[in-house]
Ligand binder design. Structure first.
Ligand SMILES: Cc1cc2nc3c(=O)[nH]c(=O)nc-3n(C[C@H](O)[C@H](O)[C@H](O)COP(=O)(O)OP(=O)(O)OC[C@H]3O[C@@H](n4cnc5c(N)ncnc54)[C@H](O)[C@@H]3O)c2cc1C
Length: 580
């Protein structure tokens, strides 16, 4: 074994979207960064339909114009033949108030990933292709470097202060230092191929959409990639382990074609002249996550940390956001080594939460189509993925039914709107939500239960709209994690708001010390007069002076809905009677 050594600030294993993003930011920040990529780019990769949450990263890395110039088709939303109705229904990015852009792209990953990785080199990282990581070097429980292996079999040893594993499913460091657990309910398989001569959807609004249609054995994707090398359209069939014997016997092509026969909308979009221009490839599509996303000396990002079913096209965007978040975490640790443990915990905790919630939404989504095929094995198995199966879906619904009526933060009303877009199209019994009067009132911006600050009376009950918490926030100027104390008003933000907020930290509204001290008095059960009396006695003030000071602090917080003033019960009835 030929051995040479080198020392870096950071080693990144894998040059896909997660690795290239992490290394690009770190190189830009001036760190001595080594990227070891096992293959040679361009290399084919599945995962062609992207989400808008990665667009700000392209812009940060100076790639917006380069990507635009590639003429990748613009993705404006998704169309589903799924759930209650056999008619297609769409979700548009432009109607989602939390998304940073109203479009993303459908990309040929070989091209897209190469642009990202080449740019990493331009930004100053030492990028080596054809040199893979063989194993991490672990000393006293800390990852301190890696052993690599080149195409010709030569091996090298490199050391670094931090190692980022972005080696995709290989998870070359993650596998050695963490445990990977699979979601037993999401063991699926994908078959995919490319087509030319495709007719396309009849509705021009669907031109830029990923189109998803369910079939008795699973579902299919239709992605207009418009690639000279691959073909015009990528078509994939997702099916389950339940059919292993069948597809093993038939072979991938025959199985793929037989599923297409059961997909009327897809067949119509392909049209009579469509020609398959590739073989049918297959890949397992199992949901998994590592029990730790970061630890002493290492961070896992992208598929190396976790993977989710492609139904919601989350893979690449999550990988890039994880890459960014990993770079910020490493930068923080280098600047403030004493907070390493907390920073890594923050990274891992957010990532795990994002995975849990997205996974739960996927369960919800699958179960929402189950009765379309009540007799078919794939869907029977997934019909048991009920709401409440995991914390995220349960949270989402508790949130809608219980929390929101007491929590009319503007962000949450937008959530209701977005969530109902999905909910309305699922087969789950949603009547109880639709008929929830308070929910409807809130969605329509009526707040009969709550008073504005101008209407503050002595018997109104002030309550804090969220939890006081100490956390981190990304400071975009210094690209570090900044400790903050404030209100996490949407800590349990259900789903689909923006994967970015999950990965980059909970939405926390920072508060100054005076505001935090005042909020301690608002426990959600004391009336305003009781709060004033308690504050006056503790601060040794007269009632008038205490009230004036309290009002000064809570007025802006009321205006931002951080503090809510619950009307006394009598007033609610009165206002309903007037409204009726
Ligand atoms: C069927 C299917 C459909 C999908 N569809 C979509 C979709 O429509 N949209 C979407 O966003 N996502 C989709 N995905 C998910 C997407 O493919 C991944 O989430 C995404 O590629 C993750 O990026 P990454 O950088 O983490 O890993 P990768 O893209 O896998 O990159 C990892 C890199 O590490 C390299 N590597 C491997 N081992 C080593 C090693 N030992 N040392 C060094 N380098 C190594 C690899 O060569 C590779 O270049 C789909 C996935 C599947 C299975």
């Amino acid at each position: 074994m030929e051995k040479s050594t080198g020392t870096y600030d950071v080693i990144v294993a894998g040059g896909g979207p997660a690795g290239a993003t992490a290394a690009s930011y770190l190189a830009k920040l001036g760190y001595n960064t080594l990227v070891l990529e096992k293959s040679h780019f361009p290399r084919h990769q599945i995962g062609e339909s992207l989400l808008p949450s990665m667009m700000p990263i392209l812009s940060d890395l100076g790639l917006s114009e380069t990507i635009e110039a590639e003429n990748f088709p613009k993705k404006t939303g998704g169309t589903f033949i799924w759930g209650k109705s056999k008619d297609p229904w769409s979700v548009l990015f432009s109607t989602n108030p939390f998304l940073p852009h109203s479009h993303a792209y459908h990309v040929d990953r070989a091209k897209f990933d190469k642009i990202l990785l080449d740019n990493t080199r331009v930004l100053g990282a030492d990028v080596r292709e054809g040199e893979g990581v063989k194993s991490p070097i672990v000393e006293d429980g800390r990852v301190v470097g890696v052993i690599s292996e080149c195409d010709d079999g030569t091996q090298h040893e490199y050391r670094a202060k931090m190692v980022i594993d972005a080696s995709g499913r290989a998870s070359v460091v993650g596998r050695q230092v963490t445990n990977r657990t699979f979601d037993p309910k999401m063991k699926q398989v994908a078959f995919y191929a490319y087509y030319d001569g495709v007719k396309g959807p009849d509705d021009p609004e669907q031109d830029g959409h990923v189109i998803v249609e369910s079939h008795p054995k699973g579902w299919c994707w239709y992605i207009p990639v418009e690639s000279e090398d691959l073909g015009e359209v990528s078509v994939g069939i997702i099916s389950g382990q339940e059919f292993k014997e069948e597809y093993s016997k038939m072979g991938p092509e025959a199985f793929f074609e037989s599923c297409i026969d059961d997909l009327p909308y897809l067949k119509k979009m392909l049209g009579d002249k469509a020609k398959r221009v590739s073989s049918v490839d297959s890949i397992t599509d199992w949901a998994y996550s590592c029990d730790r996303m970061a630890g002493e000396g290492f961070i896992l990002a992208g598929d190396a940390a976790c993977f989710l079913d492609p139904l919601l096209s989350t893979g690449v965007s999550m990988a890039m956001l994880a890459g960014y978040s990993a770079a910020v975490t490493v930068n923080t640790i280098f600047k403030e080594p004493e907070i390493e443990e907390r920073a890594l915990e923050f990274y891992g905790g957010n990532y795990q939460r994002m995975w849990d919630v997205t996974r739960d939404f996927l369960h919800y989504f699958y179960a929402g189509n189950a009765s379309a095929y009540p007799e078919d094995m794939f869907w029977k198995a997934r019909s048991t993925l009920q709401l409440g199966d995991n914390v995220g879906a349960r949270q989402a619904f508790c949130f809608l039914v219980n929390t929101i009526p007491g929590n009319p933060h503007p962000a949450l009303r937008k959530q209701i709107h977005m969530f109902t877009q999905f909910m309305d199209n699922m087969e789950h019994p949603v009547n109880e939500f639709e008929e929830d009067e308070k929910l409807q009132e809130l969605a329509q911006n009526k707040k009969t239960d709550y008073a504005t600050f101008d209407e503050l009376t002595s018997d109104a009950i002030p309550l804090v709209n969220g939890e006081i918490a100490s956390s981190f926030q990304i400071d975009g100027d210094s690209q570090t994690l900044k400790p903050v104390v404030g209100i996490t008003y949407d800590e349990n933000r259900p789903i689909f708001s923006s994967s970015a907020s999950w990965l980059l930290g909970r939405n926390i509204h920072e508060l100054d010390e005076e505001a935090l001290a005042v909020l301690e008095y608002l426990n959600g059960s004391h009336t305003w007069s009781a709060v004033v009396a308690e504050y006056a006695s503790k601060e040794d003030l007269g009632l008038g002076a205490a009230e004036a000071r309290l009002k000064q602090v809570i007025q802006p917080l009321c205006e931002e809905n951080i503090v809510l003033l619950r009307r006394p019960a009598g007033n609610v009835q009165a206002s309903r009677a007037v409204a009726g």
